[in-house]
Design a protein around this ligand. Structure first.
Ligand SMILES: Nc1ncnc2c1ncn2[C@@H]1O[C@H](COP(=O)(O)OP(=O)(O)O)[C@@H](O)[C@H]1O
Ligand SMILES: [Mg+2]
Length: 417
């Protein structure tokens, strides 16, 4: 309380000083040369009134942001310096301002600010701000300017429907983050792994990606769908898509993709290009675990070897693989393949192995979201960018069966004509 009073008095005297100085200069210009005592008489009520307004304004400001003013004090967020005489001096962080538009609180320290301290105190900050029981509220802590920290409070939409406006030329829509729709430029697309337990929303996401890819059909030579378990991906039946549901077929297809990749590399070498300048070939594999459980060892090995090579070298030649799996441990997916899939999407899972091998350590996940990965709602995921390694919390929208069917009909009407 004493601390708050001190802050308040300091702030108030600063504001009053600025006010008096400002008023005084205006008056002295207006009343050029008048005696000081006359001025005092004439304007004393004006000074008093303005002073009162400033006082009330400051009181309201301090009452309103009471919790934020005491936050650095309560959570011991300060910077300490030792001078030559070995005396240490403490510089406490201060609440600077609140930005209503982005729902962000800014804190500042005169010397330097410690972001790690805020991240460590995240749970306490949540508690102090009164969000302990509002589990859907997320907070993001970021460094800002040179000596500031921005604490942003936001909510992601829970369930929302996909819409045709989410298709964009040369971009792939991934879902909504706190900043709105996230579109990945087609050139930034890499081979990827999506994991999460059954029912978390992987296949929904897969179909959503396919719609974005089909919208960009003019930049795509062919899309190959593989699923040994279900028939969902056989619905498309477009001139630029094909569906494979048996192991021999998968082996042939991957061999063909690898040959295509190598022939593209040959062309690139001849032309001196670093990136193939033609169209993409993208292969999407749902439930890759079903391949691993197959009894034909030799065929399996061949398939995974080709997949590894595609993962390693595919990007430059624009031959990509996108893999979906419930689990990503070595019994489901070859570890060598996993390390060669650059981007990843993590859906709800209770497997620590899934979390660590797609996004990273527990602490990294905690920096991104308050919700435990095992408690993620349907459609919630963390996306890791394949080129920048940036991690974003996203909610992917729901695509009803009817909507998917309508979209397939729509694509048939112009791709199959
Ligand atoms: N983004 C989402 N929002 C809301 N519900 C979803 C979402 N994605 C999927 N669902 C629901 O969850 C069910 C399972 O989704 P699915 O994509 O098949 O999961 P997975 O492939 O991970 O097993 C779907 O039938 C759908 O009703
Ligand atoms: Mg599925």
């Amino acid at each position: 309380m004493l601390h708050l009073l001190r802050l308040f008095l300091f702030d108030l005297s600063l504001c009053l000083a600025v006010l008096i100085w400002g008023l005084f200069s205006v008056i002295s210009i207006a009343e050029n040369g008048a005696a000081l005592s006359d001025l005092q008489q004439k304007y004393q009520y004006l000074f008093l009134l303005c002073g009162l307004v400033v006082f009330i304004d400051r009181v309201i400001y301090y009452i309103r942001y009471y919790r934020l003013h005491i936050l650095p004090y309560s959570l011991k967020l300060y910077n300490r310096v030792n001078d030559e005489k070995k005396e240490s001096k403490i510089y406490l962080d201060r609440f600077k301002r609140y930005d209503k538009k982005t729902n962000t609180y800014y804190f500042k320290n005169r010397l330097a600010i410690d972001k790690e301290a805020y991240i460590k105190a995240k749970q306490q900050i949540i508690h102090l701000l009164g969000f302990e029981d509002k589990k859907e509220i997320e907070i993001e802590i970021k460094a800002y300017n040179k000596k500031e920290i921005a604490i942003r409070v936001y909510k992601l939409p829970k369930k929302f429907d996909w819409h045709i406006h989410l298709l964009k030329d040369k971009h792939i829509y991934l879902g909504h983050s706190k900043d709105g729709a996230i579109f990945l430029p087609l050139e930034d697309l890499t081979s990827s792994i999506t994991c999460g337990e059954s029912g978390a929303g992987k296949s929904n996401f897969l179909n959503m990606l396919i719609l974005s890819l089909l919208h960009n059909s003019s930049y795509i030579e062919h899309l190959d769908f593989i699923d040994l378990k279900g028939v969902e991906l056989s619905r498309y039946k477009l001139n630029n898509t094909s569906f494979t549901d048996n192991l021999e077929g998968v082996n042939d297809l991957l061999q063909e993709l690898k040959d295509e990749m190598n022939s593209r590399f040959k062309q690139m070498k001849e032309k001196g290009d670093l990136i193939y300048d033609g169209k993409y070939r993208i292969c999407l594999i749902d439930e890759i675990g079903t391949i691993s459980t197959h009894h034909d060892k030799k065929l399996k090995e061949q398939i995974f070897n080709n997949l590894i090579e595609l993962g390693q070298k595919g990007r430059a030649s624009r031959v990509l693989i996108m893999v979906f799996s419930q689990k990503i441990d070595s019994t489901n997916i070859n570890t060598n393949l996993l390390t060669n899939l650059q981007s990843s999407c993590l859906y709800r899972t209770s497997s620590q192995y899934n979390i660590q091998n797609s996004i990273g350590l527990q602490e990294e996940v905690e920096e991104i979201t308050r919700t435990r990965v095992q408690d993620f709602p349907k459609g919630r995921m963390i996306f890791k960018h394949g080129l920048t390694s940036e991690k974003i919390l996203l909610q992917t929208p729901y695509l009803s069966q009817e909507l998917q069917y309508d979209m397939i009909k729509y694509f048939r009407s112009w791709i199959n004509k």
